[in-house]
Unconditional design. Structure first.
Length: 404
């Protein structure tokens, strides 16, 4: 059971979190912190210094001005923190960075999973469009919101600037008779009214076309759900600063599993260390329309090279004939053919940012005594071949290991 201290428990987000956490089986609010005491099923204290409850994590939805008071107490008690309060100044962000040297801290300008996925879309769009499009952000919130522009709008702007060589200058609103837009600007505009929970639109304006990427929250529950997920995540982490992107990357390290049956593994040994011969090998395969995959070269100190690759089972006989001719033309070249194998590919966008994924794949295969005959990797996927007879077990094990 994860024990939570809810900082800002009497506010709107505090009420939503109290209800949601109360419906979970693995989490419990053991205390609340707020200067305004409201009826709760847990004790409420005016400050963290006065709180005597033992906890595994603090979820903070309070106000920026209280950070300097409660953060030193969290550090002293070694309690990980989820900081969801917006409107933090640069000095306060610096305090959090310093605190992350002592405890694990999760901070996001917006706890919605969707808005953090929008960040990735914005970065991909910026990479493609470059400097050719002007960028403007419009954010809308309820009439009680104190800070402007919103922390989320700034977070989205920062994500765009993070991948640009020439950084854009933020311009918050425009007024006057001399406000001609400059190419180095990124406009941020704030609207306040009614009960709008949160709406953000990022527009890329080009010559005769617009691209708009947006997100709208219809209730505060999306932020509370994200904060609960962040609390579960941060309690598992070491000291440091973490974000929603880190959590997304962990959960998306492996999202998909593909299988390619009827594969054949070809191993060619004792090839001369001569690129002309290597080129000849691939050339005769290409000329005969044989598709090859999972290519691996292994150099040897004795002046020879070993090459392995996979082909489709339907090309096995044709490939065997071509390799027999190659071994005749180049004395000493040997080859081996292994059939009845299947290629399995595990893939995920977060794999690029997570260490240990290959270890987890190979380790669970080893524990199940499932052999791996060849492996290739890229930033976002791992492919390997194993006996077809073991594929059903391998699929079940991978799905269980990565929760897919």
């Amino acid at each position: 059971m994860t024990r939570v201290i809810l900082n800002g428990c009497s506010g709107r987000m505090g009420s939503v979190l109290t209800d949601l956490i109360g419906k979970t089986d693995d989490m419990q609010v053991v205390a609340g912190i707020d200067v305004f005491e409201v009826p709760r099923d847990y004790p409420v204290f005016p400050s963290l210094q006065d709180c005597s409850a033992e906890a595994d994590v603090i979820i903070d939805f309070s106000s920026p001005k209280g950070l300097r008071n409660w953060l030193p107490v969290a550090i002293a008690r070694k309690i990980p923190c989820v900081v969801a309060t917006t409107g933090l100044s640069q000095d306060e962000l610096t305090l959090l960075e310093k605190a992350s040297e002592s405890i694990a801290i999760f901070r996001s300008g917006n706890m919605s999973l969707g808005i953090n996925l929008v960040q990735q879309l914005l970065q991909n769009t910026t990479k493609v469009l470059g400097d050719r499009f002007d960028i403007e952000i419009i954010e809308k919130h309820h009439n009680l919101k104190k800070d402007a522009p919103s922390g989320t709008a700034l977070m989205l702007a920062d994500s765009i600037n993070a991948i640009r060589v020439d950084k854009l200058q933020y311009v918050c609103g425009r007024e006057g008779s001399d406000t001609l837009r400059k190419s180095h600007e990124l406009g941020i505009h704030s609207l306040r009214g009614g009960t709008i929970v949160g709406q953000h639109e990022v527009t890329f304006a080009g010559q005769d076309e617009l691209i708009t990427i947006g997100h709208q929250a219809f209730s505060r529950q999306v932020f509370a759900t994200g904060a609960i997920g962040a609390a579960r995540y941060i309690t598992r982490q070491k000291t440091g600063m973490y974000s929603m992107q880190d959590m997304i990357n962990e959960s998306s390290a492996v999202t998909t599993l593909y299988t390619y049956p009827e594969e054949v593994l070809i191993s060619v040994d004792h090839l001369p260390r001569d690129m002309a011969v290597i080129s000849e090998l691939y050339g005769i395969l290409a000329k005969n329309d044989i598709f090859i995959d999972m290519i691996s070269h292994t150099g040897a100190t004795n002046g020879h090279i070993s090459v392995s690759f996979t082909i489709k089972a339907k090309d096995q006989d044709k490939t065997k004939e071509l390799l027999e001719q190659l071994s005749t033309d180049h004395r000493g070249v040997k080859f081996d053919i292994m059939d009845n194998i299947t290629k399995l590919t595990v893939e995920g966008p977060g794999m690029e940012f997570q260490s240990g994924i290959a270890y987890r794949v190979f380790s669970c295969m080893a524990k199940a005594d499932i052999p791996i005959y060849a492996v290739t990797t890229s930033e976002s996927k791992i492919s390997y071949v194993s006996p077809t007879a073991d594929v059903d077990r391998a699929i079940a094990i991978i799905k269980n290991e990565f929760g897919i």
